[in-house]
Design a binder for this molecule. Structure first.
Ligand code: HEM
Length: 647
């Protein structure tokens, strides 16, 4: 008689064979689909998206392959890494084509830098949807606009989008100016040297605080102070318990600090669950849990405060009031509210969803904007002539007006359409915070047209719109030969001047209002002048804020914030690299121009390397431990800028 053990072994073996056979058949079907698609494709044993695959592919498989001399000839080894879009920029596409597929044993994948295809992928909402499963990890408090699809998403968007209006842009602009002044005053207090210059070891730390402060105040009506600022400054704007350093309601951290710490520990929170962090043996993880718990409590309290305001008929007219409309559209309002306002309302959001959306607005708008400012400063220190041009434009537009008098209505349109907007766009072109925008094919194979030719994107294909390579695709951008490398084009270089080409063609470039967006939110804002403004790349070519239905609703908020902060800083200061790793101030004093330039070139080279080595974590960040120390000097007191005048 056959023993149970033998039967078990036989059963297990048959299951493995059956599984292997079905995997093989599925793989063959994928290969056939890729052949039919018309796109070039590469075969790979495995491919995947998300943290599991980072571990499997980049932690185990690729390190093994890197030790096998034969593996360097395998195409798949070079293209399956999660960082591929950043580490190879455009070289993979140059080799394989603007659009290519990966066929693996477990999935079908397509990556593109073709603007025409991108436009179809971001506008055909039922054919290509957002793979929200990939975003579930940030659902720490519940479902949100970022993590929903279809009708659910439409409802979230309909409630939230109107808050991003022209009026809100003004709040964000004014608050950003105030915060920029606060940040510079802090720099002066912390880093000023005998000559009056300001050393800042890592601007990222302060731009992060700045952008958090701007969303707190302009978005949620909870203004924040820099450590050196007096609470009296806020006068009646302060929200007790949220704006001051006095802890209330049993809190152990300040509101801004809890949010800040939670956002910094976000990776831990998305890899592990909050309850795991709570009992973690590591102090850092327990701290992240505490920040998460405090943030949750603060959001609940804020919601109750705002709810009272809404119920009593008050409306917050001094800020964007992001929470107010969510409360009005929720099941949170007390009985009797309807009768009081005589407005019928249909509850759309739950309490958890209001909190989750509030968190998502901080999450999506914080690091992105902060890094954009931080990287802009590095690029400007690398390019003294561009910085001079920027300062010239700022001086022409705002002169020496006090920061508090720079005006959204008068100055923002001219600033945005000058070198200020060009610097911001060029920085975002080179270092978009999100390197891949995901989509997935739903409901069968989909036909697409590229250059008048028909292609098929097979059902269930996972797609990445490669924001990095699209922004470097010579088909869509004005370019000249690089003066830094011997490349035939300068699309890898920081050349904001390419945006100053102007654009008189205003007919085709109008952004379509996204579905679910109110007219107010989709109104044309005053600073987006249609004639003679900045260069407008073809649709689908500039994806820093994504495009189409799921484009970033905070785009204008970020644009006005970055414009205001760059203006406030560069109206009075220049940024240069801190070269003290190579020569002291006294040594620089004694040097001739050639020697000085040699020193500064070393600093430029180091900064360029740090930028090359950026790592896509959730957004594109500097590698842990990397930093680029800079020095802010009053305009006219630069030590190195003139050395680059002729170039
Ligand atoms: C330089 C700054 C910013 C950049 C480059 C940026 C970029 C992006 C991108 C690429 C997406 C699409 C992501 C995807 O589909 O996977 C996105 C979505 C989003 N962004 Fe931004 N963003 C910025 C600032 C902001 C700000 C300031 C806010 C809010 C205050 C914000 C709120 C959002 C939200 C809520 C979404 C989700 C939209 C949806 O799924 O429908 N972003 N952003």
């Amino acid at each position: 008689m056959v023993s149970i053990v033998t039967l078990t072994i036989l059963g297990a073996a048959l299951t493995i064979v059956a599984q292997a056979f079905s995997t093989y058949l599925a793989f063959r079907r994928r290969v056939e689909a890729a052949k039919r698609s018309g796109f070039p494709y590469v075969l790979s044993p495995i491919f995947g998206i998300g943290f599991r695959y980072v571990f499997l592919i980049e932690g185990i498989l690729l390190p093994i392959c890197s030790r096998l001399p034969v593996a360097k000839d395998w195409e798949w080894v070079h293209i399956i890494g999660q960082r591929e879009s950043w580490s190879h920029r455009r070289t993979t596409h140059d080799r394989l084509g603007d659009t290519y597929m990966i066929v693996s044993l477990n999935m079908l994948y397509l990556k593109t830098r073709n603007a025409e295809l991108v436009t179809q992928l971001v506008t055909r909402k039922t054919d290509f949807r957002k793979p929200i499963e990939e975003y579930k990890i940030v659902d720490l408090f519940g479902r949100s606009m970022l993590t929903s699809e279809g009708q659910d998403w439409k409802e979230h968007k309909r409630v939230i989008a109107p808050s991003f209006s022209e009026k809100s842009n003004r709040f964000a602009f004014e608050e950003s100016l105030r915060q920029a002044e606060g940040m510079m005053n802090l720099w002066k207090l912390e880093g000023v040297n005998e000559a009056g210059d300001i050393n800042v070891e890592n601007t990222a730390k302060h731009t992060a605080t700045l952008s958090l402060n701007v969303i707190c105040a302009a978005g949620f009506g909870v203004p924040q102070l820099w450590p050196h600022e007096d609470e009296a400054m806020l006068s009646d704007m302060a929200l007790p318990g949220f704006s001051s350093s006095k802890l209330t309601n049993g809190h152990v951290m300040m509101f801004r600090d809890s949010l800040d710490q939670m956002l910094r520990g976000l990776l831990n929170l998305v890899i592990f669950s909050p309850w795991m962090l709570k009992i973690s043996p590591f102090q850092g993880q327990r701290k992240t849990y505490r920040a998460y718990d405090e943030t949750r409590k603060y959001f609940n309290e804020l919601l109750d405060i705002k709810k009272k305001q809404v119920f009593s008929g008050e409306s917050d007219v001094k800020t964007m009031d992001l929470m107010g409309p969510m409360i009005r559209a929720s099941d949170e309002l007390p009985a009797g509210y309807n009768e009081k306002t005589s407005k019928a309302y249909k509850p759309i959001l739950s309490r958890d969803e209001i909190i989750s959306n509030s968190f998502i607005l901080f999450f999506a708008g914080h690091e992105t904007t902060a890094n954009s400012l931080h990287f802009s400063m590095i690029y400007l220190a690398m390019s003294p002539p561009t910085q001079k041009h920027l300062q010239f434009d700022i001086e022409t537009i705002v002169g020496d007006k006090p920061i508090s008098e720079i005006s959204y209505l008068e100055d923002m349109p001219r600033l945005y359409n000058s070198m200020v907007g060009a610097v911001m766009n060029e920085q975002l072109r080179l270092v978009p915070p999100v390197i891949n925008i995901p989509k997935i094919v739903a409901g069968g194979d989909k036909k697409v047209i590229i250059d008048k030719k028909e292609f098929t994107v097979p059902d269930t294909t996972f797609i990445h719109l490669n924001t990095v390579a699209t922004a470097r695709n010579p088909r869509y951008w004005p370019y000249a030969p690089s003066w830094i490398t011997d490349a035939a084009h300068d699309l890898e270089d920081f050349v904001p001047e390419r945006w100053l080409a102007g654009d008189d063609d205003d007919e085709d470039d109008e952004e379509e209002p996204a579905e679910g967006t109110s007219t107010e939110a989709s109104e044309k804002v005053s600073y987006e002048s249609s004639k003679g403004g900045l260069y407008k790349p073809p649709k689908g070519a500039f994806l820093a804020f994504s495009e189409g239905l799921r484009a970033c609703p905070g785009k204008r908020f970020a644009q006005v914030e970055i414009t205001a902060v760059l203006t406030a800083i560069f109206q009075r200061y220049s940024v240069e690299f801190d070269v003290s790793d190579w020569a002291s101030d006294e040594e620089i004093e004694m040097m001739d121009d050639k020697q000085k330039k040699r020193v500064y070139d070393k600093a430029i080279k180091r900064a360029r390397q740090v930028l090359e080595d950026l790592e896509p974590v959730i957004t594109l960040l500097m590698k842990h431990g990397d930093k680029v120390p800079v020095r802010f000097v009053e305009k006219g007191r630069e030590r190195f800028a003139y050395l680059y005048d002729e170039e």
